[in-house]
Design a protein. Structure first.
Length: 226
């Protein structure tokens, strides 16, 4: 019995399989669909009507389409594997932060009798930079005149000494920055010191850093590690 090349089951199966494979919501395995298509194609080739042979162009097109869809899914799987590997690598690398001091945006200082670091990021080079350190009541307890500083992030240290030469009591402090270049004010961003306590991998949301002060940071929030 002759088989119609235009409405042949193999080509219909190929179209259906390719459509399902290209649909991310389909539960069809494109490789299984490809195997079914090839089996049907072989059967038709054995039983085709010599006077109405299968259309070579159509068959070639359908095979290429199935191969393309299968290749795309294989590529997606490979990319997902790479993303998983990179995520695992990032977790491993991030463990090096445990116990380290990092700078992140903020103007707080936690003084515990030992020198504490903080940072100032200047948009432009400044001729004069002054730092006022204030206690919890907003009173200035120490002023640092840093003079000329270049643009970029500068790490600064306060040893706890107050303006009257005494040692400040342990506690929470804040600092403010005044930077000028000539008569112009220079924009600055304050960075405070945090100590990394633990890490949490949130998958697609990335890694979160828990600090000893209770502040939660993302890796992108960390400006400097020391």
């Amino acid at each position: 019995m002759a088989i119609d090349a235009i409405s042949s089951p193999a080509l219909t199966a190929a179209n259906t399989a390719a459509t399902k494979a290209s649909n991310p919501l389909s539960d069809s395995d494109p490789k299984v669909a490809q195997d079914k298509f090839l089996k049907l194609l072989v059967t038709q080739l054995k039983n085709q009507d010599p006077l109405q042979p299968l259309d070579n162009a159509q068959v070639t097109s359908q095979v290429a389409q199935l191969n393309t869809v299968t290749g795309i899914q294989d590529l997606n799987a490979a990319v997902n594997n790479i993303n998983m590997a990179m995520g695992a690598s990032q977790v491993i690398q991030s463990t090096a932060l445990l116990g380290k001091k990092v700078l992140s945006e903020g103007n707080g200082l936690s003084f515990e009798g030992k020198p504490v670091s903080f940072g100032v990021d200047l948009a432009l080079g400044a001729d004069n930079v002054n730092i006022d350190i204030k206690d919890s009541l907003g009173r200035v307890v120490s002023t640092q005149n840093l003079g000329r500083l270049p643009a970029g992030l500068q790490t600064i240290e306060w040893d706890g000494e107050t303006t009257d030469g005494n040692m400040a009591p342990s506690g929470s402090y804040t600092f403010s920055v005044q930077a000028t270049a000539g008569d112009q004010k220079v924009t600055s961003t304050a960075y405070q010191e945090y100590i990394v306590r633990s890490l949490e991998n949130l998958g697609a949301e990335g890694i979160r850093i828990s600090t000893q002060s209770g502040k939660s940071l993302g890796l992108s929030d960390v400006k400097r590690v020391f």
